[in-house]
Design a protein around this ligand. Structure first.
Ligand SMILES: CC(C)(C)[C@H](NC(=O)Nc1cc(F)cc(F)c1)C(=O)N(CC(=O)NO)CC1CCCC1
Ligand SMILES: [Zn+2]
Length: 184
């Protein structure tokens, strides 16, 4: 199983590279990697397991964070209505998005970043994501709220983009125009 020891930290070159498309149908190795990523995110949200293995509770993980430069992400997050979004996706891509933006009022962090970078991270408020699931099915997701933010954060990792790249350097908490605040 994956632990925090497998997660590379800020400064590691993998986090600044553009990850490669995964050849489909996925190889057994790529499937095993994506399954381990999804298992990490689930395990990390289980208090007993997280405590036992020192896992930082995560709601998403991208393959470059475990030093695998391939376009794979795992997300396990509930939206504000309590609906669960649990996906391992190969080659996820945003095929459309709202003009309106959104941001987490608490700001963002990252499993690969140990120090805080305070500030609002502007994201699209609504996105449509396409990708291929672990069982080889084409998946099309229409997302808003926290799930939309997580998918954008993870897809950024596939393009070597870190959340703090988006923060206003002059005024980290400057109001973002045409944006809705998303509370934790
Ligand atoms: C880095 C960490 C703080 C652990 C972050 N968790 C998180 O934001 N939890 C959370 C947020 C809420 F809004 C409501 C709630 F119930 C729990 C996280 O897992 N990630 C995943 C990551 O680093 N992926 O690469 C960072 C998040 C920042 C915005 C989306 C993902
Ligand atoms: Zn991250």
């Amino acid at each position: 199983m994956l632990t925090m020891d497998n997660i590379v930290r800020d400064g590691h070159p993998s986090l600044r590279k553009v990850a490669e498309e995964v050849p489909l149908p996925a190889s057994d190795e790529d499937k095993a990697t994506l399954e381990r990523m999804l298992e990490y995110v689930k395990n990390s949200q289980n208090p007993e397991v997280a405590e036992k293995y020192g896992l930082r509770p995560g709601i998403g993980l991208a393959a470059p964070q475990i030093d695998v430069e391939k376009r794979m992400i795992a997300v396990h997050v509930h939206d504000e209505k309590g609906n669960l979004y649990s996906y391992g996706l190969f080659n996820p891509r945003i095929i459309s998005h709202s003009v309106e933006r959104a941001y987490l009022t608490a700001g963002e962090g990252c499993l690969s970043v140990d120090e805080p970078y305070p500030g609002y991270v502007p994201r699209y408020a609504r996105i449509t994501v396409k990708g291929v699931s672990l069982d080889g099915e084409e998946v099309k997701l229409r997302l808003k709220g926290l799930p939309a933010i997580v998918f954008q954060h993870e897809i950024d990792h596939l393009n070597g983009v870190m959340f703090y790249d988006h923060i206003n350097k002059e005024d980290p908490f400057a109001e973002i125009d045409n944006a809705i605040p998303v509370d934790r």
